[in-house]
Design a protein around this ligand. Structure first.
Ligand SMILES: [Zn+2]
Length: 393
């Protein structure tokens, strides 16, 4: 709790403090006013005013009391999970994932739809809108309780939610995906790149819940990442930070579409794994074989894990973090192999290894992390204007 985001007692920053208080309540799962003041650094009076407003709006409820030392029992505050909902959509070139999340961050419904690569952008975006409508209808959530739709999609993205020459989606250059989804769903849409959204999802509802800082390594069709540093999403100057997939791990390795050579992505992505084994087996079959212990498949996956570990050591040296989270669909069946190899590397090779340990975890919500993170973007955009401005709210 000592690492919670700090508030400020200056005037005219009410909305920021409100988001800080709401986040403290959401992260705690039950907290008193006195504890909120302690973890946010806000005065008791400021906390009391903000909490009164949150109670009036129905976002927060009083839920029992806890004994306190000496004085009267303290009332426990919780987020009212059913007070609002957001739909999160993750657009992967091969699959649409959709989740419905409540205000406490719980995914209450999920939907996965396969995509054909030849489908036009407009048809795909209409499909997203239909999926969002379907998940709301099936869960019985009325439009009035929907705060918006969050969309996680492959980058790079510009500040208006337009996709700019995504490397693995040639037909998608300059598609205004945010504007079109808004038009087709008639809900406000917040957009972010998929790996950043997945990192936010991990912090909100996954293994990194409330962690002040961690790096997220996303293994999908491509390889990306997300960074939470000092309790903030780190986005870089063009919203494209944490491209771990383009760290060089083989200086003489194959050219990458990005302009660099021997990138993690060029060496470790599913199509590179298929090429390395070279027997015609697809990525899923290779991972299943490696998990069964078949030597050739196992060797390929372990070699890929070593290259990921090289990149992970550089990330740890650069950022001095103590948690690395692995997620994404390409982890299926081989997550534990990757985790072990990377954990060994970050225990033995970073400069600061004698000062602190680095935990490596596979995501418990891997398949849905980006969609859950996308849903949480909506809550941030709605309740945290300062963060909202950063995520194109
Ligand atoms: Zn590259």
């Amino acid at each position: 709790m000592a690492h919670m985001q700090q508030g400020t007692n200056l005037p005219k920053v009410g909305s920021y403090n409100r988001a800080v208080v709401l986040e403290a309540i959401q992260a705690s799962g039950g907290i008193s006013r006195v504890q909120i003041a302690a973890v946010t650094g806000l005065t008791a009076q400021t906390v009391s005013v903000i909490v009164r407003r949150l109670l009036e709006e129905g976002l927060v409820v009083e839920d029992g009391s806890a004994p306190s030392s000496g004085g009267k029992p303290r009332t426990i505050l919780r987020v009212d999970a059913g007070a609002g909902y957001a739909v999160g959509v993750h657009f992967d070139p091969q699959e649409l994932s959709c989740v419905l999340a409540d205000l406490a961050g719980n995914p209450v419904a999920r939907l996965h739809l396969p995509l054909r690569p030849e489908t036009s952008p407009d048809a795909v975006i209409r499909r997203m809108a239909r999926a969002a409508r379907r998940i709301l209808r099936e869960a019985g959530v009325p439009d009035g309780k929907v705060l918006g739709v969050g969309l996680a999609c492959p980058g790079p993205l510009d500040a208006d939610g337009v996709m700019v020459s995504p490397p693995r989606l040639p037909g998608w250059d300059r598609v205004p995906i945010k504007g079109l989804l808004q038009q087709y769903t008639r809900f406000p849409v917040t957009v972010d790149n998929d790996a950043t959204a997945a990192a936010i999802g991990e912090r909100w509802a996954g293994i990194a819940r409330s962690a002040p800082g961690f790096a997220y390594l996303y293994l999908g069709t491509g390889i990306g990442g997300g960074l939470i540093l000092d309790n903030q999403v780190y986005r870089g100057s063009s919203l494209n930070a944490a491209e771990f997939g383009h760290i060089t791990v083989e200086p003489e390795g194959p050219e990458c579409y990005c302009g660099n050579r021997g990138c993690v992505e060029a060496v470790c992505c599913p199509s590179a794994i298929e090429a390395a084994l070279g027997n015609g087996a697809d990525h899923a079959a290779i991972c299943a074989a490696a998990a069964r212990g078949e030597p050739a498949a196992r060797r390929v996956i372990e070699r890929v894990a070593q290259r990921l570990a090289d990149a992970a050591v550089s990330v740890v040296n650069m950022l001095d973090i103590d948690l690395l989270v692995l997620g994404g669909p390409a982890l299926r069946e081989v997550g534990e192999i990757y985790r072990e190899v990377i954990a060994r590397a970050v225990a033995e090779r970073p400069l600061a290894r004698r000062l602190h340990a680095v935990r490596v975890e596979t995501s418990p919500i891997a398949a849905d992390a980006a969609a859950i993170g996308a849903a949480s973007l909506v809550f941030h955009a709605t309740y945290a204007p300062r963060l909202g401005a950063l995520v194109q709210g």
